[in-house]
Write a protein that binds this ligand. Structure first.
Ligand SMILES: Nc1ncnc2c1ncn2[C@@H]1O[C@H](COP(=O)(O)OP(=O)(O)OP(=O)(O)O)[C@@H](O)[C@H]1O
Ligand SMILES: [Mg+2]
Length: 262
């Protein structure tokens, strides 16, 4: 693992977001550094997707600050997130089944020289997939013919077109079998090796342990601990997720001593 000690590329402080009476996020802090995989975990409804959508420019937070490269920034739209260099791969991937890989990668941002530059797009597609060491036989096959792992790879490749600094993956292995999961986890390691800050949402402790340098736990919309993966057991992470603090579980020195407020 290549944990980075540099200052965070992306920092959230005190982020809150309400939906009517529902407090989806309350004063959440989060940091991710370049060359780091941060797992974001929490039970259903803990606020993970809401936090992702704040970073993707889908939701405006009610309070709190976001800094990127130590500069305060406002992410008011997906275009703002893109311009900053924050890419998000949502869980549903948003690929078009009937289009081939090149068409999916460049959908809405086709390269043109008077007319569509098919050759340039195909070359760029191969470059991207090669960087990710993707095992894909042809860039002209429709996405419908690809496996789940290959689709995830195409969605990630698509998000890399804007040369992001931070990439957020919402449950990248949720629908995948063993071999495909391993493929996607390797791909995440390659993103880290390229110096990206990676935020990976996951419910799977094995995946978290396999690739994450640190784990941030959300519970009921609040921070409930940040752990170095090497120093923490899966049981401790699960305890923080479900709120079973103060039980007989060993306390770790790097756990944030924040009481759950329920
Ligand atoms: N657009 C919305 N309108 C109203 N309430 C919402 C909206 N989006 C999320 N919420 C609520 O905010 C809370 C956090 O939801 P969120 O989807 O962020 O959780 P999550 O951690 O992603 O859960 P899961 O693991 O089930 O995906 C939940 O109580 C949810 O019902
Ligand atoms: Mg969610």
């Amino acid at each position: 693992m290549a944990a980075s000690s540099s200052s965070p590329v992306l920092s959230l402080r005190g982020i809150s977001k309400h939906f009517g009476a529902v407090a989806a996020l309350t004063e959440v802090d989060l940091d991710v550094s370049a060359g780091e995989v941060l797992a974001l975990v929490g039970d259903n409804g803990a606020g993970k997707s809401t936090l992702v959508k704040v970073l993707a420019g889908v939701h405006r937070p009610d309070a709190g600050t976001v800094t990127f490269d130590d500069r305060p920034v406002t992410i008011a739209s997906p275009a703002d997130a893109h311009a900053l260099g924050i890419a998000t791969v949502f869980q549903d991937l948003a690929l078009c089944e009937n289009l081939n890989i090149v068409e999916n990668l460049f959908l809405g941002r086709e390269l043109r020289r008077a007319r569509l530059d098919e050759v340039a797009m195909e070359i760029r597609s191969w470059e991207l997939l090669r960087q990710l060491s993707a095992k894909i036989p042809s860039v002209r096959v429709p996405v419908a013919a690809l496996s789940g792992g290959q689709r995830q790879t195409v969605a990630i490749a698509r998000s890399l077109l804007g040369d992001p600094r931070v990439i957020i993956l919402d449950e990248p292995t949720a629908a995948l079998g063993v071999a495909q999961t391993a493929e996607v986890l390797h791909l995440i390691e390659r993103l880290r090796d390229r110096g990206l800050g990676v935020i990976m949402i996951s419910h799977n402790m094995e995946d978290v342990r396999a690739v994450a340098d640190r784990v941030a736990v959300l519970r009921l919309g609040r921070n409930n601990g940040v752990f170095a993966t090497a120093d923490v057991s899966s049981e401790d992470i699960v305890a923080a997720i479900v709120g079973a603090t103060g039980t007989a579980l060993p306390r770790r020195p790097n756990r944030r001593e924040e009481p759950a407020d329920d």
